[in-house]
Design a protein around this ligand. Structure first.
Ligand SMILES: NC(=O)c1ccc[n+]([C@@H]2O[C@H](COP(=O)([O-])OP(=O)(O)OC[C@H]3O[C@@H](n4cnc5c(N)ncnc54)[C@H](OP(=O)(O)O)[C@@H]3O)[C@@H](O)[C@H]2O)c1
Length: 309
């Protein structure tokens, strides 16, 4: 008889995320063990508890989810958890602090439905936040030429430096200051994709700024709290055509984000070897879209290999 599926939620916030807990249970987890306020020094002991309690053949029924509102803290926790594992005592790990990876993967996949990312020009507004940085990383690694915009040029340059330090090609990234309206309208005019990753309730573009940007093919606003980030784009927009442009609002992206999140949790209980970060979530999201498409058209796409722990 197979063992119950146990998910160990390591959350860097003082209260573990209710959202992540509900999604875990809805994704088929039998038992959720929640640990909050996780600090780097806590990780090894907790991971040892996951590794040594079940035989290697049963370890695919144990997995670790790293969450919390701070993605940098989550990255540190996930890296220590990953380093702690060794053969044959491995469990799968998913890093989705602040929902940043699943949201960024879903947003980029929505854009990729409408134009090839390779050699496209993209503008990411409020790119310095958790979601924005992941969006920039995925776009640049897909060979889009990405302008990273912040209200502060210094912060956008720091964001470029962080992404380059993490392995993103520097010739794919440019920094811009979105508070400088001439710069903003010039960069918008050159962009085919614009993604708004602003904080809840932060207005980033007016409808006239959007309509003046005639090269734009896709506009995606991830802010779900009124006023929306892009004036005139509704929360529920999901591939809505406005002139030459296709629009998505936060809820329009949210459906795919939820599918990716749930599929990642389920995938961790198929194998004890997975490490799921933004690119692995992108791969899982592509498979979800391919299956959806194949249901619609009987087409099939190749399976993309995932990283291992
Ligand atoms: N649809 C979904 O499924 C989903 C899931 C998760 C998150 N989200 C949404 O995605 C968005 C990004 O999330 P996040 O956690 O990365 O956001 P965040 O860290 O709170 O903020 C992102 C950036 O917004 C800019 N910003 C802050 N206050 C602003 C203001 N008053 N006016 C203009 N810009 C402002 C800042 O950039 P600068 O200071 O550098 O300009 C900040 O780095 C949020 O709206 C969040 O609610 C959506």
């Amino acid at each position: 008889m197979s063992k119950p599926k146990i998910l160990i939620q390591l959350d860097t916030d003082s209260k573990a995320s209710v959202f992540d807990a509900v999604v875990a249970i809805d994704s088929g987890v039998d038992r959720l063990l929640q640990y909050s306020g996780i600090r780097p020094e806590d990780v090894r002991g907790l991971v040892h508890g996951a590794m040594y309690t079940r035989g290697p053949g049963d370890l695919k029924n144990t997995a670790i989810f790293v969450g919390g509102s701070n993605v940098s803290d989550g990255e540190v926790i996930a890296a220590i958890a990953r380093e702690t594992l060794f053969d044959p005592f491995r469990v799968s790990i998913m890093l989705d602090s602040n929902g940043a990876n699943s949201t960024a993967a879903a947003a980029v996949l929505c854009a990729a439905k409408h134009l090839p990312l390779e050699n496209s020009t993209s503008l990411v507004l409020a790119a310095t936040g958790a979601v924005g940085q992941r969006v920039c990383r995925i776009l640049a690694n897909a060979n889009s030429l990405v302008t990273i915009a912040s209200r502060s040029l210094e912060r956008s340059r720091e964001c470029v430096d962080r992404l380059v330090a993490s392995g993103v090609a520097s010739d794919r990234l440019k920094a811009a200051c979105s508070s400088d309206l001439d710069t903003l309208s010039r960069v918008l005019a050159e962009s085919q994709i614009v993604l708004g990753c602003g904080a809840a309730g932060a207005r980033l573009l007016t409808s006239s700024q959007l309509s003046e940007a005639t090269e734009l093919r896709v506009a995606i606003d991830l802010n779900a709290v009124p006023p929306t980030g892009f004036e005139g784009i509704e929360l529920t927009d999901k591939g809505v055509q406005r002139g030459n442009r296709i629009d998505y609002g936060a809820l329009g992206v949210g459906g795919l984000k939820m599918k990716i999140h749930k599929a990642c949790i389920a995938a961790m209980f198929e194998s004890n070897q997975l490490f799921l970060d933004c690119h692995e979530m992108l791969a899982i999201g592509r498979e979800i879209l391919a299956v959806d498409k194949s249901i619609a058209s009987s087409a099939r796409r190749p399976t993309i290999p995932l990283s291992t722990t």
